[in-house]
Design a binder for this molecule. Structure first.
Ligand code: SF4
Length: 265
């Protein structure tokens, strides 16, 4: 519990404390509120530092990705899927949810419907029932059924390998399109989620105030041979090592390259 400040009792009514309050010592001033070290704060702090830390040199970027590659040559995402359509649905469902939570929800959903036609036939209420453990599940169910209908109407039921066509589907933004293009079609896109945004800013890899600025910075600076897997290396690094509240700097394989001034040892 963070113990948020409570309003003082003096003068707030609800009784007749006049005699006692005259004799009692003045209450100590309330301590200032303690800032929460949540992800948003950590990311915002990283972005602020990102504007002041010196960006990595080309040699440092190459060194960092050489280490990521040596540690995990073929990194994989953690969303369960069997093809481009189930990947697309899983990524749409992953907004503000953990991959573990999405995988639990899609186990039953994909058993019931794993194609656009089957998803439309299943219908919004049944989809919502399968994914009811996820936040915003009603809106997500609506998007999944509608994007399935549009895939049938516009693309013969096939997930298009085209950013513009993907982003025209409900619930699909730039990040989701980048993930689908990368994993399903092998396009070297770099999807910037909360983890990549934090890591890019903290380290000095590609500082930027917005996810798009970070994405463009990463695309411009990461050598081509590392681009296909860069998204996975960085997301896994952010999820398990360079965590928002307590980065595990003592276990980090790029700690000597990282510019973050608040390392946690
Ligand atoms: S040294 Fe710490 S802050 Fe820097 S990348 Fe590694 S875990 Fe993150």
């Amino acid at each position: 519990m963070d113990g948020p400040d409570k309003p003082g009792h003096d003068g707030t009514g609800g009784g007749a404390p006049t005699k006692r309050s005259r004799a009692a010592p003045a209450p100590a001033p309330a301590p200032p509120p303690i800032p929460r070290r949540n992800k948003a704060v950590a990311n915002a702090a990283a972005a602020v530092h990102g504007r002041t830390v010196s960006p990595w040199s080309d040699a440092e970027i190459t060194e960092a990705f050489t280490r990521f590659e040596a540690q995990d040559p073929e990194p994989n995402g953690e969303l369960d899927h069997t093809d481009a359509f189930t990947l697309l649905v899983a990524v749409v469902l992953s907004a503000q949810a953990t991959d573990t939570g999405v995988n639990k929800a899609t186990k039953g959903l994909f058993a019931a419907a794993s194609t656009p036609a089957a998803m439309v036939a299943l219908g919004e209420d049944e989809v919502a029932h399968h994914i009811r453990t996820l936040g915003l599940f009603r809106g997500k169910a609506k998007n999944v059924v509608e994007l399935s209908r549009l895939l049938l109407e516009r693309h013969a039921g096939v997930v298009p390998q085209d950013r513009e066509a993907l982003e025209a589907l409900p619930g699909v933004g730039r990040k989701t399109a980048n993930v689908v293009l990368n994993i399903a079609f092998g396009v070297p896109t770099i999807a910037v989620d909360t983890h990549l945004f934090r890591v890019a800013n903290r380290t000095g890899l590609a500082p930027g105030a917005t996810p798009l600025a970070v994405e463009l910075g990463l695309e411009a600076r990461i050598p081509d041979r590392f681009k296909l897997h860069a998204h996975h290396w960085l997301i896994l690094h952010g999820r398990y090592i360079c965590k928002a509240a307590k980065p595990a700097c003592s276990r980090c394989l790029i700690t000597d390259l990282c510019r973050w001034p608040d390392k946690n040892f």
